[in-house]
Design a protein around this ligand. Sequence first.
Ligand code: HSE
Length: 438
Amino acid sequence: MAFRVAILGCGTVGGGVACILLEQRESLRVKAGDEIELATVVDLFPAQAAERHGVPRDLFAGDGDELTPDEANAEVDRVLADDSIDLVVETIGGSGEGIVRITRSALESGKHLVTANKALLALHGEELHAAARAAGKSIGYEASVTAAIPIIRGLTDGLTGEDIQSISGIFNGTSNFILSQMASEGQSFEDALADAQARGYAEADPTLDINGGDAGHKLTILLRLVFGLDVAYADLPRQGIDTVTAGEVDFANEMGGVIKLICFGQREGDAVYATVRPMIVKRGNLLSKIDGATNAVRIVGRYAGENVMIGQGAGSLETGSAIVSDIVFLARYGGHPMPERPTSGLKLRPLGELELPYNIVFETADVPGITGIVATAIGKQDINIDSVSHNRHGSDNAEFAIATMPCTRTQIDRAVADIQENHPGSLLSEPRVLPILV
Ligand code: HSE
């Protein structure tokens, strides 16, 4: 008996899955120990999808070139009611009620579920995992976090002997591409974004790429897996790259680093400090070398030390490859669902409480003594200065950066408040503060 797979949604990712299942049929049979049969594909535009991905039209459900939404829904319901289907691949996308219903029904009707849908899992993961548990089925979500990088299985099957202390990484290719272009080509934010969209890295609505939402969905999933942290996506502090200026990129370079949109989670006792935000990554850290749309995950464990995985976090065949790996895994081991990581009781704490090195860019009046005033205020808060940049003298202002030794954000805020109170008019704008990842 073959292991029968249905794909719901044959866009960029679903098409990549269909393509690999057909192209690698023989080798997948050997790896899975069973024939993996692509039983059916449901899509609103079967003719177009068939041609785009080289999938025979007769594998698609329904008649004609296009299905109406009602016809497509009826075909989805037919798949869900079909007991001969072992596994449903959800590549429709979205996180609304419709997709929650479909994915929950797939599990409740006794099918494994495989999805790349990070928003769905970040927002409704608990509910879907509970449905999977009740049905004795599994959810494969390798593709949902950094697509082709096998980080989920790396954590659930590879690093099981580890006591993981921190996880950090670049989980959004669009942001990384934009920041790389700004740093290496001097491109403006807007031009780099247009370029990322033209290359197909960005989501249909790039807002979530730019504001840290997409990376936040992925970090939410990993925080649950790594730390058993019961964190709601909405509670995860996020800051996107839309606030990063060309000046900050330049100062980061002078201070020996590069700005990246970093997903970060670090455990200290019973706290996990986690955030998605731009940080300066020092050149000695491998994450600083990850350019373009490439993703990377860095895990630091008590015993294994540092592990870094680098790969493609988007794309049709890249994401399809991760989905197919879940299909093979579930065809082999699906009868024994993985035990889930229970909620650990660890608490999410604000990053500002964690001692980190920071880079602070000051815009000041261009007058003698100003660097001393700023440095003295920083010293008064018991912050040790690591280095001070050159001054950039404008027509009526000056900008310079101070990199600190590890301190808390609260100490920095107090130093800034001290300058504003005791030397009014010397700071011309709110200082720009970025944590430094060493
Ligand atoms: N749009 C995402 C990125 C890929 O730019 O990395 C899918 O999550």
